[in-house]
Ligand binder design. Structure first.
Ligand code: GRF
Length: 206
């Protein structure tokens, strides 16, 4: 069994979609073992509590990168986490942490990476930028997480049209629907790949 941790900072609609996909058996051999939030008041945390999914808060405030790394690693160890899906997690993971979980951390971003991504692109800003650029399409991207922000190798992408009368809000809604569809599918594929070589995470955590 592959233990998945989903990292969130907000409402967690992607996390819920992942939970539903696991429930339906669409992500074979996996369970949602932990929800980690960077915010205490995230709606996704309420969902986890109501559904008896273990949850934890990671507070970055006043901590060094090394301290955060150690905290995350001990959390991952405590819940025997094999795989991590970032879903609206607004904090950057320590580089050493991403290195030790290489190819076992994925993220979803609401644009066609490498466009409109990186540190300054989050929330509605992504969609505002896509619309004001004049692009005729947007979409969502699932990618591996490396030490950069939205720089890891692309796993899956799906596009949608940008309509003439789109606002950032209407485009966000349309892209979010795509996210809910492609993220679980991509996670299922990556996990199936990992499972071929044993699957469980045994090294790297020191
Ligand atoms: C999504 O658009 C995701 O791509 C981005 O942040 C948003 C999170 O939404 N990284 P939710 O919390 O999953 O509803």
């Amino acid at each position: 069994m592959i233990n998945i941790a989903v990292f969130i900072s907000g409402g967690g609609s992607n996390m819920r979609a992942i939970a539903a996909a696991i429930e339906k058996g669409d992500i074979a051999g996996a369970r949602l073992a932990l929800v980690v939030s960077s915010k205490t008041s995230a709606g996704g945390i309420d969902f986890a509590n109501q559904n008896n999914i273990p949850s934890a808060i990671i507070d970055y405030k006043g901590k060094t990168e090394d301290e955060i790394e150690l905290e995350l690693k001990s959390l991952m160890r405590a819940y025997s986490i094999d795989f991590i899906a970032l879903a609206g997690f607004v904090k950057v993971l320590p580089a050493k942490f991403t290195k030790s979980y290489e190819r076992r951390i994925v993220n979803i971003h609401p644009s066609l990476i490498p466009l409109f991504c990186g540190r300054t692109y989050y929330g509605l800003r992504v969609h505002e930028a896509a619309i004001s650029s004049g692009m005729k399409v947007s979409g969502a991207t699932v990618h591996y997480v490396d030490a950069g922000v939205d720089t890891g190798k692309i796993i899956a992408q799906e596009t949608c049209k940008i309509e003439k009368n789109d606002t950032a809000e209407s485009l966000q809604k349309r892209v979010l629907k795509i996210e809910h569809k492609i993220y679980s599918r991509a996670i299922g594929e990556v996990i199936a790949e990992i499972a071929k070589t044993g699957g469980n995470y045994e090294n790297g955590i020191d």
